[in-house]
Write a protein of this length. Structure first.
Length: 309
């Protein structure tokens, strides 16, 4: 499993082609060029770090929180969240688990740069097949990873089996799709992002249907926690609100996201929407993303917690 980027800037990787610290589904048909994707995923993770720092701080402050000595970051991608978790839990060893060696290399380099090399280590593993390799943990962070597993209930039960008594699993699943432009941008039909979201939803269903051992689950995460013997501990959503005018880093992210969706969905988009996207991506067009003063980034990530008794 390599999860590249679901729904905008975030983190992830464990299966080869899925999500990865970003917002939006990056499930490419061909193997990615990690020399290009790795730095982009790391920048995306940095952009959305405030959301995840707030989530980690929430977990650490819970009255039921155990002493965190070992953390598993499932689908760690380039290690942005792994290092953030190491900073939030200074007594813990953090294990970045991913199925892409190039991203694990980036994790090790990042940890060294931040002075965390003695506490952040990497583990190459394909989930769910190699869950047994992971060992016990006090905190399992699964950031936009579970929906890339065919049998989500079975994988969650596997996570539960790795938790030490009192340990916590944190699922980052759902939230709000990103908005980056006004509804009416003055070119093309209004509502472009809503139409892209509809196509993305169809893609997501097809992705889920194609997974090995795929099983449909009602996305009631508290009920699913209870079904595998865990006690739900609450749900919170964390906002990323970067208003216009955005920084160069945020603008570069928005451009990359629109370019990715233009490439992924060329066969599903109407001709007029393709023409609008081409204008938005043209660096010479004054109405394009490179120059527009109204580009922003607004999204939310939802974190669901459960505890082993």
């Amino acid at each position: 499993m390599t999860k590249h980027a679901d729904h905008g800037p975030h983190h992830g990787s464990t299966h080869g082609r899925h999500d990865r610290t970003g917002h939006g589904h990056h499930d490419d048909i061909t193997d990615p060029d990690w020399d290009v994707m790795g730095p982009q995923l790391e920048r995306n993770g940095e952009l959305s770090s405030p959301q995840y720092a707030a989530a980690a701080h929430w977990i650490a402050g819970l009255s039921t929180a155990p002493q965190v000595r070992r953390v598993l970051d499932i689908g760690s991608g380039p290690g942005v969240i792994s290092c953030l978790l190491a900073e939030e839990f200074p007594e813990a060893e953090v294990v970045a688990v991913d199925g892409t060696p190039a991203l694990l290399e980036r994790t090790r380099a990042r940890a060294q740069r931040l002075g965390l090399g003695d506490r952040v280590r990497t583990l190459h593993a394909e989930i769910p097949d190699e869950l047994a390799k992971l060992g016990e943990a006090d905190l399992i962070w699964a950031g936009n990873a579970l929906h890339h597993m065919g049998d989500q209930r079975a994988v969650l039960a596997g996570f539960a089996g790795l938790l030490r008594p009192g340990g916590t699993v944190a699922l980052v699943e759902g939230g709000l799709a990103p908005r980056q432009l006004p509804r009416d941008i003055g070119i093309g039909r209004p509502g472009l992002e809503a139409r892209l979201d509809a196509i993305t939803a169809e893609w997501f269903e097809e992705m889920r249907a194609a997974l090995p051992d795929t099983t449909r689950e009602i996305e009631d995460w508290s009920a699913l926690f209870t079904a595998v013997g865990l006690a739900p501990q609450g749900t919170r959503s964390f906002l990323l609100d970067l208003p216009a005018p955005v920084s160069g880093q945020a603008r570069d992210h928005v451009i990359a996201e629109f370019a990715r969706r233009r490439e992924m969905f060329a066969g599903e988009l109407a001709a007029d929407d393709l023409a609008t996207l081409d204008r938005l991506l043209d660096p010479e067009d004054p109405a394009g993303l490179h120059h527009r003063p109204d580009v922003f980034l607004l999204t939310a990530r939802t974190v669901h917690l459960a505890r082993r008794a």
